[in-house]
Design a protein around this ligand. Structure first.
Ligand code: FES
Length: 194
């Protein structure tokens, strides 16, 4: 299969699922008749693909010259310290992922970063701390309202008489051989950050 088509398939799957999990690659292997080893090697070769879950907020701090000359390296270290993760990692609560990126086109307002594609510029340690705190508190608000909704709906039955939470989407079974090969490939990659 031509590389461009393969990349498109992986892009679409990543956009749909957020990342290319073992299950997603298995399904693609079956539905497009592509060897799982080929899918896996492409997914792990390109930095644009992720085989692990991303945080709700994906931070890309710029590491290109204009930003570096304006303190971006210190700010990248500050972000790592604040989030208690390294570049390329995701926080334990899955709220933040942190990456370095090349120029994001905000050089005249350096140093800059993107959070879920939204630019934040003229950064300082103080402004970064405020941004992170705002995002953390908005998460708390969402989970509080989600919790109260869950409590209200707990025990509610669907029309068919079964609890809504018990309903599960039908899964397309991947063939056994592909399943075990994917398991081995992902096990091998456990120690890597990607
Ligand atoms: S160098 Fe950082 S935005 Fe251009």
């Amino acid at each position: 299969m031509p590389r461009e088509i393969l990349l498109n398939i992986l892009h679409e799957a990543q956009n749909k699922h957020g990342y290319l999990s073992e299950d997603v690659l298995k399904e693609l292997s079956v539905s497009h008749n592509i060897p799982i080893s080929q899918l896996y090697s492409v997914a792990t070769f390109y930095t644009m693909f992720r085989t692990k879950p991303q945080g709700k907020y994906v931070i890309h701090i710029c590491g290109s010259p204009s930003c570096v000359l304006n303190n971006a390296t210190t700010l990248a270290n500050f972000l790592q310290k604040e989030l208690k993760i390294k570049i390329g990692e995701t926080t334990k609560d899955n709220l933040f992922s942190l990456y370095k990126t090349s120029c994001i086109g905000c050089c005249n307002e350096a140093p800059a970063m993107l959070i879920n594609a939204q630019p934040y510029t003229k950064l300082t340690e103080k402004s970064i701390r405020e941004i992170l705190n705002n995002l953390k508190s908005s998460k708390n608000k969402v989970s509080k309202s989600a919790n109260s909704k869950l409590k209200k709906s707990a025990g509610k039955k669907t029309k068919s008489g079964t609890s809504a939470s018990k309903k599960s989407k039908p899964k397309k079974p991947a063939n056994k051989k592909i399943k075990s090969k994917a398991k081995k490939l992902f096990a091998k990659n456990k120690h890597r950050g990607k």
